[in-house]
Design a protein around this ligand. Structure first.
Ligand SMILES: Cc1cc2nc3c(=O)[nH]c(=O)nc-3n(C[C@H](O)[C@H](O)[C@H](O)COP(=O)(O)OP(=O)(O)OC[C@H]3O[C@@H](n4cnc5c(N)ncnc54)[C@H](O)[C@@H]3O)c2cc1C
Length: 479
């Protein structure tokens, strides 16, 4: 039999618009498709608990898709280089194809594989597939990476349009006797005792079909309210595609062309579509930044923040994690995260600002909590999101802009629908006091059935004092 080709699925769990899979299929060689759960290679790459739930279901969906194409997905656990080496031997492969990843650990792994496999005449090929534009393709006139979003995105829009998505390969020459795989259930990716994700199935549909449906639903309705509605957590005006994009169940090119197609067909939607695409642009920007400045996943982008006097108070951190800070919009966000594996972007900014500025807790601590609890946890978007809020990132929000959790709540959840949903103990409070229950007169609290300190905590820090402490901490590194 001719030498086999291995397609190694990573964060590209789809068969549509997957250049590496198309190229592998086009060779006509016997093909083995595999996914490796690598919990051994050191680095920030192990999926967190919520991502594992998603991964389980996404792999089930990919298995179905590959069966539809006549093949199977081989599942293996272990160090990726070792497993690949074993598979190469077991099926006499002379080539491995995969999609590129941009995390520092993934880049190092790809380099390592490249040199070890090349020395054995195994062709290791990486293909683009997760981004609209490859890092290195969007540079300043001086051939330097962009550090500011607006000129970066302008340059992206001036580049040639991302190519149209491609259909899945037809006629794959599947290997007739692939090596045996492991059972997905044996991987224990789903939570047990307790099954904290038991309420998630109606909320999420991991996999390509779910991704395509979510995009279609979004473009058919909520996009009309995107520019303004995206700031209001109760409005449901965003796409919720982030986890699908992170796991590569849908390609950003497919999203781009579907959205552009809508704007073309209905010019009234153009402004909304452009805004939506610019958010995809932030995803691009974060990945390009991580590629050019890999230290940003651990270290501040802005050097002076190395000396920032973080405090780190365990009791306050626990109150934040549990949604018991006494600030309703913060608590609503943290509870939405815990109960659904997701948090609205506006609220992510508010809770991140609260942790880093009101509680002076290192952004990395917050990023780790998000990594474990978000279904869309993504090293580039998460690190850049946290650094943006903390003020230490590229093109970051200025440090002195400290979100006031009361006014943020009043502005973006004016009718209180979001807070009432996630902090039901405050549901009966009138709008006027919903975002600042400590200001409610005793009779108002009594009528709403709220005993502050018992049913719901008093604020764990006072906003004005916390703001002053944060500005003083910033002052200590500024000069
Ligand atoms: C502190 C903090 C942490 C974050 N952590 C993550 C994370 O781990 N994973 C993640 O995917 N996003 C993260 N974000 C970005 C953003 O909050 C989510 O991408 C967005 O809320 C997902 O919802 P959506 O799919 O409905 O977004 P939409 O508004 O529909 O946007 C469409 C897509 O654009 C991308 N996008 C939108 N906003 C951003 C942004 N600010 N930065 C980068 N990409 C963006 C996402 O892929 C998103 O799915 C973080 C933001 C902050 C402030």
């Amino acid at each position: 039999m001719a030498n086999t080709i291995i397609y190694w699925f990573r964060q590209d769990l789809r068969v549509q618009d997957l250049p590496g899979l198309l190229a592998a299929a086009a060779t006509g060689k016997p093909l083995v498709a595999c996914f490796i759960l690598d919990d051994e290679t050191p680095g920030e790459h192990r999926p967190g608990a919520a991502s594992r739930w998603w991964l389980h279901h996404s792999l089930l969906s990919l298995q179905d898709e590959l069966r539809g194409l006549g093949g199977e997905l081989l599942l293996r656990r272990g160090s990726a280089p070792q497993v690949l080496e074993e598979l190469v031997g077991a099926c006499d492969a002379d080539a491995i194809h995969c999609s590129r990843q941009y995390e520092p650990w993934a880049g190092a792994l790809e380099q390592q594989l490249h040199s070890t496999l090349a020395s054995r005449q195994i062709d290791f090929k990486r293909y683009p597939g997760s981004l609209l534009f490859e890092p290195g393709q969007v540079m300043t006139q001086a051939e330097a990476p962009f550090k500011i979003f607006t000129p970066f995105w302008r340059q992206c829009l001036r580049s040639s349009e991302p190519r149209r998505p491609q259909p899945p390969p037809v006629d794959i020459n599947w290997h007739p006797t692939p090596p045996r795989g492991e059972s997905l259930l044996d991987w224990g990716l789903l939570p047990r005792d307790p099954d904290w994700a038991s309420q998630w199935p109606p909320l999420w549909s991991p996999g390509s079909t779910g991704a395509a449906e979510r995009l279609a639903t979004f473009l058919a309705g909520p996009v009309a309210d995107y520019s303004e509605g995206r700031n209001h957590p109760a409005r449901g005006a965003t796409s919720r595609l982030s986890a699908h994009l992170h796991f590569g169940e849908i390609s950003p090119r497919a999203v781009w062309h579907a959205a552009r197609g809508l704007a073309h067909a209905d010019p009234d939607r153009k402004e909304q579509v452009d805004k939506f695409l610019s958010e995809l642009g932030w995803r691009e920007f974060s990945h390009h930044l991580m590629y050019h400045f890999p230290h940003i996943v651990e270290q501040p982008f802005k050097e002076p923040f190395q000396a920032f006097p973080w405090l780190g108070n365990e009791t306050a951190l626990r109150a934040w994690q549990r949604g018991l800070t006494g600030y309703p919009i913060v608590d609503a966000g943290m509870r939405e995260l815990w109960h659904t594996g997701y948090m609205h972007n506006r609220v992510r900014m508010v809770v991140a600002s609260f942790l880093t500025k009101h509680l002076l807790t290192h952004w990395r601590t917050g990023a780790r909590w998000f990594h474990d609890t978000l279904v869309d946890a993504d090293l580039a978007n998460n690190s850049c999101g946290w650094q943006w809020v903390a003020g230490s990132g590229a093109d970051a929000s200025p440090y002195f802009r400290i979100f006031n959790p009361v006014t943020q709540g009043e502005k973006f959840d004016a009718q209180g629908d979001y807070v009432r949903r996630w902090v039901p103990e405050l549901a009966e409070l009138p709008d006027r006091y919903l975002h600042k229950p400590w200001e409610a007169p005793a009779d108002v609290l009594a009528r709403a059935g709220v005993a502050l300190g018992d049913d719901y905590p008093a604020p764990i820090v006072e906003h004005k004092a916390a703001r002053e402490a944060a500005l003083a901490a910033y002052g200590s590194i500024k000069g």
